[in-house]
Design a protein around this ligand. Structure first.
Ligand SMILES: Cc1cc2nc3c(=O)[nH]c(=O)nc-3n(C[C@H](O)[C@H](O)[C@H](O)COP(=O)(O)O)c2cc1C
Length: 411
């Protein structure tokens, strides 16, 4: 799996190699678009024509794998009102059309299945996490044992539906402080039952979800997982614990583990708001090799082809995940796979507010979805304003489609 013996291989050649996953599916090269919440759902959890166009454009840009962020198996715990919800009452024709349009040029489209848990978007949910929390900016109720034990079936049902609609695979979201990541993290998880305690116990629900999903989709369908190398926060999931979780999950017949890091918790910084030099988690990925035999993607801070190729050359990971680079340049993979190359120019923001950078990138991907990216020149402040205004509009639509359960709010 490692590429130690290819010092003389060019960057383009390394990135162009196909990757065979344990389930037998072959990805055509080593470039993945990491999961991004695109906020383009219609507010009722269904895809829009803009979204179809966005994933078609990414597929035409040459990547092997594209992952849609934060698709909810149920409507109760969304991260944003633009999330997709995949269940029996979804607009299945629109989902099928999305799977179809995005499979252009042999690209794969996977759905990232997630539940925001304690971080569910307040205007449209009554947040529930592993444990009750009452902090400034983070308030949630504790999930009952019964609710926790419903999760595997919920994820499994959405995965089976994704498979039947023609999506190439699914990724379980256990990173960045959303529900499965909350279970892994001592910041969120203070449970005293079998789902809390040491890292093996905190990892139990993740393993149970993975097992249920695998048994629902069968052995030949790609199932991935995104996980934190650490929460990057005092008192959060540590690197040693993340390695222990990977050892447990090595028995879960996963096809691809995407290594990320950072958590949304009061006072924390997120991976997508990070401005520093990357790649952020490649050294951790190299160490993770000893804890897992599952193929790895590493995502975070990859800004040049040389960085991407070096990860493969050193055998730190099998695949490179890109998020912001592919919003700046949806055709970047074609460049990197060709001889000439060429790296994206990242914008610099002076002291952006928390979440501001993500808002700017989301408005830029909206422009790609609407074929308006050529002249895109939104200032940060204006991007944040439009992003918030759109979320507010969609939240109203969401509340009508999915009323919040009375009495579910933490008091
Ligand atoms: C607009 C935006 C939305 C994102 N949404 C998600 C998401 O839904 N799920 C996820 O796992 N990561 C999400 N991320 C994080 C990225 O997948 C990635 O881990 C992070 O941006 C670091 O990679 P980069 O340096 O290539 O941007 C998002 C990032 C951005 C910029």
């Amino acid at each position: 799996m490692t590429d130690h013996h290819h010092e003389s291989t060019t960057d383009a050649e390394l990135l162009s190699r196909p990757l065979r996953l344990p389930c037998g599916v072959v990805l055509k090269n080593r470039i993945a678009k990491s999961a991004m919440s695109d906020s383009l759902g219609d507010g009722r959890g269904n895809p829009t024509s803009e979204q179809l166009r966005l994933y078609e454009r990414w597929a035409s840009g040459g990547l092997a794998l594209s992952i849609i962020g934060e698709t909810q198996p149920t409507p109760g715990f969304p991260e944003k009102p633009g999330n997709l919800v995949l269940g029996p009452s979804s607009d299945l024709e629109m989902f099928r059309a999305l799977a179809n349009r995005a499979a252009r040029d042999g690209a794969q489209l996977w759905l990232q299945l997630g539940n925001a848990g304690a971080l569910s978007h307040l205007p449209i949910s009554a947040p529930e996490g592993p444990s009750a929390l009452d902090l400034e900016g983070l308030r949630c109720a504790e999930m009952s044992l019964e609710r926790v034990q419903e999760l595997p079936a919920e994820f499994a049902r959405a995965a089976a539906l994704a498979q039947s609609l023609g999506f190439g695979g699914v990724q379980l979201h256990a990173a960045h402080g959303f529900l499965l990541s909350q279970f892994l993290s001592p910041l969120f998880n203070h449970r005293r039952d079998q789902y809390g305690g040491g890292i093996e116990a905190r990892c139990r629900i993740v393993a149970e979800v993975a097992a249920a999903v695998r048994s629902a989709v069968g052995p030949a369908y790609p199932v991935g997982l995104k996980i934190n190398s650490s929460d990057q926060l005092e008192g959060g999931l540590t690197e040693a614990e993340s390695l222990a979780a990977l050892r447990v999950l090595d028995r879960a017949s996963l096809d691809l583990v995407d290594i990320s890091g950072g958590t949304y918790f009061p006072g924390a910084k997120s991976a997508s708001d990070s401005a520093g030099g990357g790649p952020y988690f490649a050294d951790f990925a190299a160490r993770a090799r000893e804890s897992t035999s599952t193929p790895l993607t590493v995502t975070g801070g990859v800004k040049t082809r040389a960085q991407a190729a070096e990860i493969l050359r050193q055998g730190q990971a099998d695949m490179v995940g890109l998020a912001r680079s592919l919003i700046l340049e949806p055709d970047l993979p074609s460049k990197w796979l060709g001889e000439a190359g060429g790296d994206p120019v990242f914008p610099r923001f002076q002291a952006p507010p928390v979440g501001g950078v993500t808002a700017w990138y989301t408005m830029r991907l909206t422009a790609i979805a609407e074929d308006r990216d050529a002249g895109f020149s939104l200032e940060l402040e204006e991007a944040i304003r439009r992003y918030d205004a759109r979320d507010e509009e969609r939240a109203a639509v969401w509340r009508e489609a999915f009323p919040i359960r009375e009495g579910a709010m933490p008091s």
